[in-house]
Structure formats: C-alpha cells, structure tokens
Write a protein that binds this ligand. Sequence first.
Ligand SMILES: Cc1ncc(COP(=O)(O)O)c(C=O)c1O
Length: 427
Amino acid sequence: MNDLFARHRQVLPDWLALYYDEPLEITHGEGRHVWDADGNRYLDFFGGILTTMTAHALPEVTKAVSEQAGRIIHSSTLYLNRPMVELAERIAQLSGIPDARVFFTTSGTEANDTALLLATTYRRTNTILAMRNSYHGRSFSSVGITGNKGWSPTSLSPLQTLYVHGGVRTRGPFAELNDRDFIAACVDDLRDLLGHTRAPAALIAEPIQGVGGFTSPPDGLYAAFREVLQEQGILWIADEVQTGWGRTGEHFWGWQAHGQSGPPDILTFAKGIGNGSAIGGVVARAEIMNCLDSNSISTFGGTQITMAAGLANLSYLLEHDLQGNARRVGGLLIERLRAVAAQLPGVREVRGRGLMIGIELVKPGTDEADPKSASAVLEAAREAGLLIGKGGGHNTSALRIAPPLSLTVAEAEEGAAILEQALRSAY
Ligand SMILES: Cc1ncc(COP(=O)(O)O)c(C=O)c1O
C-alpha cells in the first residue's frame, strides 16, 4: 500500500490530490460498499465523486458491459452506432429541451468545452457569464470559467469571463436578505453588469455547485436571470454534471428548481450516467447544436461499450425510481444530520437536497472556514468505515455527502451515526 503511494508520487503529477493521510486503494465494490486492499469494508457516501450513481457492481450494468465487450467495444462515430442512437433518444426526451440533439463526449470537461464552443459560435462572441464559486472542468477553456481559485491554475483563457453573484446563498454581500430580495439583488447586479459589457454568449451555471461545497441559490434565481438574459438573446447553459439524473430528489434535473421560464438552451451531463464508464455529453436545440460549419468528432465519445453501460444504468435508475429513493432517503438523512448539527457549534450549515448534502464547518463561535476540522472529520469517518468527500470555495471546509441513489434507510442511518461520531470527535 505505502509502496503504491510512493510509486504514485513518483510518476503522477503533484496536483493530483489524494484523500487521507494514508491514501486508500479501493479494490472492489458491491451495492453501496467498497473494500480496500487490506480487506477493510466502507460504506460509500461519495461514489467516486458522484459517479457511481446506481450501485457498485450493479449486475445489470456488468452484464450489459460484458455482453457488449464480447460483440464490439468501439467503431467510432464514422459508422452508425445503435446503442449511441438509443441513449441519445432517451436523453433528448428526458432533457425537456425541444427539438434536442445530443453529442456524447468522454467527460464533463469535454461536455462543457463543447457547450462553450457551441454558445460562442452561435452568438459570435467569446464573452461568457459564469458564477462565483463555480467549477466546470479542468481543460484550458473550462478553468477559464471556474470561479473557484483552488481549481483554476491559470488566468490565461480563450474566453472573457464575467462572474455573476448568486450561487452561494449564505455568504457574500446579499447573504442577510430573504430569498425574494436575494434574487432581486442578484438580478439587479446582473442587469448592471450587462450594462457595462457587450452582450455575452451565455451564462453557465451549476444548479447546485458541486466542487463549491453543494451551495445553491434560492429556487427560481436562474429563472429570474433567464428573463434578463433572453432580452439580449444570451443563452443559458445548465451544467448538470453533478445534479442530473434525479440526485436532487425533487427534480430529475437541477434546472427544474428554476424551471418557471422553461428548460435551458444547453444542458451538459457526465458522471452518474455511465456509473463509472466514461460518458459525458451536451444537449441543445437543433439550431444551436447544428451551428458549427466544420466537422467535429470525439473519437471515444459514444463508443458502444460506454453506451451499453449508460443504457443499462439509466433503465435501472428509472425502473427502480431512484429519484424517489433519493428524495425519501435523502430527506431522512438531511433531517438526521440537521438534528446533530444543531448541537455542534462548529457546523455552520447543513444544506442540499436529495442525496447531495453539504455540511459546512467553521471555527466555533466564528464564521471562519475550518478546513482542518473538515479533514479531521474525513479521517475519523474513514476510520469508522465511512467514505465522504470535501469541497467548498471557502478553504475546502464543507463535507460532501453523495452516496449511490439506491441507498437504503438502514445504510443512511448507519452512515449518519458514523458522521455524528466523527463530527463530535472534531468539536
Ligand atoms: C459541475 C461539474 N462540471 C464539470 C466537471 C468536470 O467533469 P470531468 O471531471 O468528468 O471532466 C465536474 C467535475 O467534478 C463538475 O463537478
């Protein structure tokens, strides 16, 4: 194990951060559990960064992948590809976008890159609006729209990006306002910003900020933004890489919490749909998707083996109503965690919805981020057999909880009890 850590350090980049003082090698999983190389079992409340969406080693997905591998793994987009067409049809229909076209990529980053290429080409400008505290990927263009300095290693960019306020409800200049006034203040700020610039191509936003620590605006903010954007033909891109597929419980897509003025113009997805197979993608109205006037392919995007995984995974999700499960079990979990938090002065906020729950930690008696305690809770939870994540623009002091959507009530209770102990040990 330590030998593997040393080899990792020797050959992989320093900026590829690992969790835990003694990093973990996960060797296998089943359902909501994973095992490490020493045979220890963990309840998995992070799913490889919200990516194991249904369950580990789900037999339906394993079967579909192995059967597809026995036929053909890849043929490229130069040939007709039945699983790709089938998955595109299903996602187009689920997206809520009229006359939708779907393009498959291999990651969320590449999906957002594609969305930026489409929006800037369609609108003939490279100005983009993004949210403060956002994260949209690791490529040169996507770090240029990332409003979280911990994840944005360069200020050089092919885009001119203006950062809008509103993605973080409980910090910043409007934090003390009620929801209605908060939305009104953000809209006024957006109008003011637009008054000082040439009309941008698009606003890109995560309905709930993932890496940013599961922060979100009040419901309806993006609908209110949309009305202003539409006055100038500015597009709305919803980055659903973390919030899609029912994870938020109440909605299938995160944008639906802001759906009063209809679906976004462009939607991007990745992570959960493949249950670990490399699928990302972008959905847009035909007139936007088809605005490119030269060829564009992603060699691995939509390859048969990943599409087989996506189809089997999506079918399982829908047939077992995992969105409903996320709403029910996530609702219990968040209530339980709020009850625990009420007794702990270091917990500033328990937030989120469905099975996307953030716990922000501060130094007791202050509003100051407490990344040390966040790391300590992560370690203590691991010691007791629970894997969780971390995030947050305020010095990584939010714990992130995002188990597979098939989580049972008993597992939620077990995980909550471990988290309670881990939090108590830190404060
Ligand atoms: C909201 C969001 N968008 C985009 C990405 C980038 O996806 P990927 O890591 O698959 O490139 C991430 C990754 O965490 C994300 O959380």
